[in-house]
Design a protein around this ligand. Sequence first.
Ligand code: HEM
Length: 406
Amino acid sequence: MQHLQEPLLELDHFAGGIPHARIEALRGENRVVWEPDPYATGGHWLVLHQREIDEVLTNPDRFSSGRGPFLEDMPESLLNPERMSINLMDPPGHREYRSLVENAFRPSMLKEREPIMREMARDIVDKVIDRGTCDFVNDVAIHLPMRVMFMLLGVRPEDERRVVDLTNATLFGDDPRYAKSREAGFDAKKELDAFGVALAADHRANPRETITMDVLRAERNGEGLSDHQFGAFFTNLISGGLDTTRNALSFGLLEFIRHPEQYAIIQSDPALIPGAVEEILRFHNPVIYLRRTTTRAVELGGQAIPAGEKIICIVSSANRDPELFDRPDVFDITRSAAHARRSYRTFGGGPHYCLGIHQARMNLTVMLGEIARRFDNPRLVVEPKRARSMFMNGFSEMQIAFDKRA
Ligand code: HEM
């Protein structure tokens, strides 16, 4: 069995961003390789090529989602079926559950949402445009995904701050700015679930036209979601949709600051923005890895892997594979968007592929369009601060300056 002495998945190795050079070297030498867990006994298998990543993601009978998305096993209290969230389910339960909730995110619903999203984007930029400086992550990038999600779900304005804080603690359990410990992060997830349960009860008592209401009304074979099941779905939407989109937009602006000539292209031809969004998502995947657990002994990439082992698909390894992308380490918005969509694994694959994929693309396209229309010459004031995580790829702060476009 091949075995790495120095693990890739170590928080410090991600302190300066995804270690692409190390991943490239690993991918050159291995398809699948075992390394010890940095913070526990035992270990996990890194999956480095698109072919095996797809095999893992599309075969839930062999590669289960049931032990959760993180390298660390989730505590039993969060794996209890009543709290079960969609991303921890396997078929056939997953298929049934997903059919109850996916209607709200189909592309035709998005068309209806677009005008209000454009209005929100204008308002978000209005709030910073005369200042000439801002913390792009917290003053701009988080706001559109947050406002859209809260509007869709019917979260009341007085609760918004608390939901954002709990989401950050859930996703950034390794970053002391957001959570005291990984356990505190799991506790925050329980609180978010409880918030979702209360939101469902509030909607049943005071019905209003939101996605929450649509999901609560949906039925399959005469059965719908309980308030507890909705609570877990709420956490899933919020934790899946806010920080990922915020980070993708922040990375996008950072690349345009580094490549002003490409910024000039989207300023002069906004029709190129959807393609630019695909390149941002290829170049900087916000979710670093996707975890599954083997349900039985399997063979993967030439390795014999026993049952019960952790399988870790390294998304950026596929996204920057020279066999899939020409000059993969070059940011280039003129690449084929269709090829990027087919080939990157930023939104996962198989039955769990991102439910909010169209919403995410629209958030990014609308927001980037508004920025390109209103900001000239964006620049960094200081180097952005990275969030401490080896699961989520992003920033906690990015101070920028810009000129108001005439
Ligand atoms: C750039 C933004 C986003 C990225 C990079 C992203 C990425 C992902 C990935 C990689 C998965 C698969 C996880 C796995 O296989 O274990 C996923 C699932 C999911 N995403 Fe997203 N996501 C984004 C935005 C959103 C948005 C805006 C929403 C909600 C509107 C959302 C809701 C979900 C949900 C509910 C799942 C679970 C689906 C399932 O398990 O069947 N995501 N996302």
